[in-house]
Design a protein around this ligand. Sequence first.
Ligand SMILES: Cc1cc2nc3c(=O)[nH]c(=O)nc-3n(C[C@H](O)[C@H](O)[C@H](O)COP(=O)(O)OP(=O)(O)OC[C@H]3O[C@@H](n4cnc5c(N)ncnc54)[C@H](O)[C@@H]3O)c2cc1C
Length: 412
Amino acid sequence: MSKVIVVGGGAAGMMASIAAAGAGDEVTLIEKNEKLGKKLFITGKGRCNVTNSSDIETVFSNINRNPKFMYSALYSYDNNAVMSFFEDNGCKLKVERGNRVFPVSDHSSDIIKTLEKVLKAENVKVLLNKKVRSLIIDNNVLMGVILTDDSKLTADKVILATGGLSYPATGSDGDGLRLARDSGHKITDTVPSLIPLTSDEEWVNDLQGLSLKNVTFSLISGKKTIFSELGEMLFTHFGVSGPLVLSASSFYQKEAEKNSDIYASIDLKPWLSEEQLDKRILRDFEENRNKSFKNSLDGLLPKRLTETVVKLSGIDPDTKVNLISREERKTLLNLLKNLSFKITGTRPIEEAIITRGGVSVKDINPSTMESKLIKNLYFAGEMIDIDAMTGGYNLQLAWSTGHLAGSKKEES
Ligand SMILES: Cc1cc2nc3c(=O)[nH]c(=O)nc-3n(C[C@H](O)[C@H](O)[C@H](O)COP(=O)(O)OP(=O)(O)OC[C@H]3O[C@@H](n4cnc5c(N)ncnc54)[C@H](O)[C@@H]3O)c2cc1C
């Protein structure tokens, strides 16, 4: 029986502990917080989008960074395995829009309780309020860890699963990245991903609190459209947020390294072609022919947006609609199909759903998650340079890498 230490009681660390204990190892899980799964608790707005039930090709296509590195981890423990794990251990799941999987109870706490139940059943020793300060390494072989209270714990295998840099109040503050760096591993640049975007445009900030459904949000860099999807978004005091914007941010980051002139464009009426929308406007104008322009768009837009669009159009708000010229109507049409503003950046990494960058995959064996530099040291979860889109895919990466890191190495 080998002695295994897992550092970090998040999704990846708990799954790694369960896999190692299931394989017959004596496992100690060390977590610096007073409880396990603090970040898991806030996932999916407290409901925990635990994985995604799409086919495996779709899962791979939703991984932004280093999908190939994930082959062994995902094929050995895929989304079906994750769903079976929770269901078999008494946590019923349901599938929602976009194949997102949630606990039936809509409580992330049930996901944590299930993991805790299995950790207990597998006799994993859980040390809470204990922080790993450094690794004991001898001749490039991992021997154990030293805690901040100076105690030393020896081990045959140590799995680091300390998370990324976002939402540091949950415990993921980059501590493990320091441990990895100090032991010679390359850490690729860490930047926020799945993060709200900022804009200085006054009218954008004025619309704070307004949420739009069924719009198309695009990002335009020069003549290139780097992102375009239909869905839901939100205006905030700093710019834009919501599901569409978080997804778009993954594409923004990459492009912003090359070009700082990136614009957002919102199609407020994606179901109508320009021609159809023009007809619709003409019809509305006809019905409201004696009304002023500012009072004629109620059927088309939410009230707050009407005020903005009227202002941006440059058309006199008090003009009677039957006096609006063809040219002015074209300006209005353009605003409705292409409400555009400059993106100035992202919110800070602390507010990101996920950290892009981390321990370089070049320093990790993808078939085992073991370090290529330090024997018996393993990595799992968000601290590795892997990330994915929203939809349950990031937790799937944590479950899969955690499970593989905890599993026994195949004897060659
Ligand atoms: C608001 C929000 C919502 C999200 N929603 C979803 C969602 O619905 N679906 C989805 O797929 N993904 C979601 N994510 C992403 C997902 O939560 C993460 O990808 C995932 O939790 C990463 O798991 P992890 O185990 O690698 O790291 P973490 O969950 O960050 O766990 C790392 C643990 O290590 C501990 N630790 C760190 N350093 C030390 C040390 N030196 N000693 C001891 N312990 C240490 C930390 O305290 C922490 O508990 C969300 C993220 C956020 C911020």
